[in-house]
Design a protein around this ligand. Structure first.
Ligand SMILES: Cc1cc2nc3c(=O)[nH]c(=O)nc-3n(C[C@H](O)[C@H](O)[C@H](O)COP(=O)(O)OP(=O)(O)OC[C@H]3O[C@@H](n4cnc5c(N)ncnc54)[C@H](O)[C@@H]3O)c2cc1C
Length: 378
């Protein structure tokens, strides 16, 4: 988010300094499943995801760098009782410019020959969905920002926000103070702690997300594209040519009181085996897949599972936080929104919808065509 915002701002002529405590991509971004889908249940999510997918498709043309976007398509399915909800969702997505298709089972089976779809009644297909390399994406934005005149400083730890006369005046790092009349905090899981230094409280909690990487058996055949399996609680996608990445769609509320530091980024073998057996319930040949490893990251989760983007707290301060496990794919459009907010370039319905104020006003975003039943989607 920070690198994308830096690029969007720099090409508008702003003087930009991008500060990163570690190396670019070291946070949730580098641990992302990096699925890029437009399967959202609210118009704001659908439109931002659609804009971002179009950007990923032309990432090199826009930035001069390669984000490693691979188009593999997206499928999901509904059991009989959920068919009306899926139909509503398809209608909503189509209304907002996303040409998803409702597909009968024989067509779903043609798209995904390895799938066991016997429990399903109907499927959904988005042929433009895919995945990218999240580190290459973040670095692509950062390098492109540098090319537009931004200064990119790694290994610089921002310790606090500097406030003067009720407005933001810069940031204090471990080494120096950088003065700025506008500051964007996009520090992922560390954003709430940084904002607290300017007395801004955010309704964000942390939830552990785990993924496993499986080597498909050599006789597997065509690898499945992106898939959401609501009934066995997995999302999956190919990872390179021979592996499949799989994670849980659900969020375990008992693990919701975590802190960003210290954090155990490893995945237990029992978890990887559980993910494999859930995936094999949908793609039976995956039962013979070999465990190749995995990792864990933290999701910064808001009460309505949508991020907080735009101005907050003292004048001049902006934030992008609370991506609730699905932010990577949105980074192109959210970077654009942040630049718009910082430069004061006109009204934006998306910025209104994603404002921090929505929680105080008790107007959280609610799914317009709910299908996930409260699940956090990657
Ligand atoms: C396991 C997992 C799977 C996921 N899968 C998907 C997916 O399939 N699709 C999808 O769209 N999203 C997915 N997500 C979510 C997505 O990765 C995040 O929403 C997104 O990467 C957040 O980006 P960010 O820039 O807000 O935060 P981050 O990537 O965390 O970036 C914040 C940066 O700020 C730096 N920083 C922190 N504190 C300071 C400080 N004080 N000073 C200077 N720098 C600081 C950090 O080092 C970090 O690099 C997944 C997340 C996880 C953990």
């Amino acid at each position: 988010m920070g690198a994308s915002a830096a690029w969007h701002l720099a090409r508008e002529g702003a003087t930009v300094v991008l500060l990163e405590r570690d190396s670019i991509g070291a946070g949730a971004t580098g641990h992302s499943g990096a699925l890029i889908r437009r399967h959202y249940e609210h118009p704001v999510g659908i439109r931002l995801a659609h804009e971002s997918l179009e950007f990923f498709e032309r990432f090199r043309r826009h930035t001069g760098y390669d984000a490693g976007f691979v188009r593999v398509g997206f499928t999901t399915g509904a059991r009989k009782r959920d068919v009306p909800s899926l139909k509503r969702l398809v209608a909503l997505q189509r209304e907002h410019g996303v040409a998803v298709k409702l597909v009968e089972l024989d067509e779903l089976q043609e798209i995904e020959p390895a799938m066991d779809a016997r429990d399903l009644a109907v499927g959904l297909y988005d042929e433009r969905a895919g995945y990218a390399d999240p580190v290459a994406t973040a670095l692509g934005f950062a390098n492109a920002a540098r090319g537009e005149g931004a200064v990119v400083r790694e290994r610089v730890d921002v310790r606090r926000l500097v406030r003067e006369r009720g407005r933001i005046a810069g940031v204090r790092t471990a080494r120096d103070t950088i003065r700025a009349d506008r500051v964007v905090v996009a520090a992922g899981n560390w954003t709430p702690a940084l904002l607290a230094t300017a007395n801004v409280r955010l309704p964000v909690r942390f939830v552990r997300g785990e993924v496993a990487v499986l080597r498909r058996p050599p006789d597997f055949g065509t690898p499945p594209g992106l898939h959401f399996d609501y009934y066995n609680d997995t999302y999956s996608r190919p990872d390179g040519t021979r592996d499949t990445l799989v994670g849980y769609m659900g969020t375990d509320p008992t693990k919701a009181r975590l802190r960003p530091t210290p954090f155990d980024g490893t995945v237990r073998e029992s978890t990887a085996k559980d993910l494999r057996s859930r995936l094999a319930a949908r793609f039976p040949a995956m039962a013979r897949a070999q465990l190749r490893g995995g990792w864990a990251g933290l999701y910064d989760v808001t009460p309505d599972l949508y991020p907080i983007v735009g101005p907050c707290g003292p004048s001049g301060l902006h934030v992008a936080v609370g991506f609730s496990g699905h932010g990577f794919k949105l980074c192109p459009s959210v970077g654009r929104l942040l630049a718009q907010a910082v430069l004061g370039n006109g009204e934006s319905p998306a910025l209104d919808a994603l404002s921090l104020a929505r929680f105080a006003r008790r107007r959280p975003l609610r799914p317009v065509a709910p299908f996930s039943k409260g699940r956090r989607l990657p």
